[in-house]
Design a protein around this ligand. Structure first.
Ligand SMILES: [Mg+2]
Length: 358
């Protein structure tokens, strides 16, 4: 007999970050997370978390996810069936923003339940085998001194790539931080930079050209994320690879971006793209366009997805959920080591969940 969705519960937490994420477009000191527990008729529980960036939408997202839990009660606990059931309810409103996030969280939880029911790590359910995944040390807009300290930390952990956020007042400021961090990393680790959408297109073309001689792994989101034509101009004028993707809501936005040749590299966000099911569709788009595909946040689940992503490149290591997880993602010599436990690598440390309840 097919197992069905019995119930869904969600809890909001606010997790203090060891390293606050400073960007050219705002600062995050606590990670607002919505934790989802989805129970099937077999008594298996699937877990997933959503990251809302701002606490302002935690309560509305919780309310939405809880309402959708009632809609899928009794539906077969199969991701494609659950998604089709929910997607139909949003045909008239549209599936983007909070709706996409809610559906993604439910999709991740159903996949987790499926893997737990099978007694297998998610990667195996998806047809892959566990293997170490190259991860990079993702940091914020931390200035020169702190940037250099973090570069030392990067090397201590054995990461072979670090990313910092830039977009300082002037190009000279950007260059000073980049050069100091690169001097520290030497030839032991590469460097990527992230403008977090902070530049106009002409300013991005000017600044990116001035970074071209530095051998950066990529320049991320130089201008507004929805500006595909602008990014295409910047990519055309710059020899360093341009990376975008963390803000695509759904695979159709990714498809449009690829069609516009907006970037040289892609990095969907597991939540915004729509969950585990949508990630696999995104991986197919990237494979078809021969674009290297990295990840954004959600490192535990994404570590299971990278081995089945044909053009997989780097996993972003940025630990926003570690403090509330029973088994935070392990890094050994710069590689992410998948949990060998059944599921997607997400399971709550209940004491910590209580402590950080929002
Ligand atoms: Mg970014």
């Amino acid at each position: 007999m097919t197992s069905t969705v019995r119930s869904l519960t969600s809890r909001a937490v606010s997790v203090p970050l060891a390293n606050p994420i400073r960007t050219a477009s705002g600062e995050v000191t606590h990670a607002p997370l919505l934790l989802i527990d989805l129970m099937t008729s077999d008594g298996v529980v699937g877990y997933a978390y959503l990251f809302t960036y701002t606490p302002l939408v935690l309560a509305p997202l919780k309310s939405l996810v809880d309402s959708l839990g009632a809609v899928i009660a009794g539906v077969p606990a199969a991701p494609a069936v659950v998604l089709r059931t929910l997607d139909q309810r949003f045909r008239l409103l549209g599936n983007t923003g909070l709706v996409t996030m809610a559906l993604a969280g439910i999709d991740m939880a159903v996949w987790d339940a499926l893997a737990r029911a099978a007694g297998l790590p998610l990667v195996r359910v998806l047809g892959g085998a566990p293997k170490p995944v190259p991860a990079y040390f993702s940091q914020g807009m931390d200035g020169l001194e702190r940037g250099v300290e973090l570069a030392h930390e990067c090397l201590e952990h054995g990461f072979q790539l670090m990313k910092i956020k830039i977009g300082y007042q002037t190009l000279a400021d950007d260059l000073a931080v980049i050069e100091a961090v690169q001097r520290t990393l030497g030839d032991r680790a590469g460097l990527a930079v992230d403008y977090n959408q902070s530049l106009t297109v002409p300013e991005a073309i000017r600044r990116c050209a001035a970074l071209d001689h530095l051998g950066l792994a990529w320049i991320e989101e130089p201008t507004r994320q929805e500006d595909n034509a602008g990014h295409a101009h910047i990519a055309e004028a710059t020899t360093t690879p341009i990376m975008i993707g963390e803000n695509w809501f759904g695979v159709h936005e990714m498809a449009r971006s690829i069609e516009a040749r907006a970037s040289d590299l892609v990095m969907p966000d597991l939540m915004k793209i729509g969950g585990v099911t949508a990630w696999q569709q995104a991986a197919a788009l990237a494979a078809g366009a021969r674009l290297p595909m990295g990840s954004h946040l959600f490192q535990e689940v994404t570590a299971h997805l990278m081995p089945v992503t044909p053009t997989a490149s780097w996993l972003e290591y940025l630990d926003v959920a570690g403090p509330i997880l029973e088994e935070p993602l392990k890094i050994e010599r710069g590689m992410a080591i998948l949990s060998a436990q059944p599921g997607s690598g997400v399971r709550w440390d209940e004491a910590a969940v209580t402590q950080f309840a929002a």
